[in-house]
Design a protein around this ligand. Structure first.
Ligand SMILES: [Zn+2]
Length: 64
């Protein structure tokens, strides 16, 4: 248990979590930065790599 009080606010709104174990202890891998629309992450909890699509505030569907 950590006694440090880390404020969640002020950080990135995009908080990636592992789709397998739902852990937030993930690290972004920039080795595969060829595709800017994708981001690779490495989960330290289950030691699994996964990739997530980055939504730059735009949604594929147009119109409202
Ligand atoms: Zn995981």
């Amino acid at each position: 248990m950590s006694a440090m009080n880390e404020p969640s606010t002020g950080k990135d709104a995009f908080e990636p979590t592992c789709p397998f174990c739902r852990s937030s202890d993930v690290e972004r891998e920039s080795a595969f930065g060829s595709e800017i629309s994708k981001a690779q992450y490495y989960c330290h909890n289950c030691q699994t790599m996964f990739e997530r699509l980055k939504y730059d505030g735009k949604r594929p569907d147009t119109g409202r």
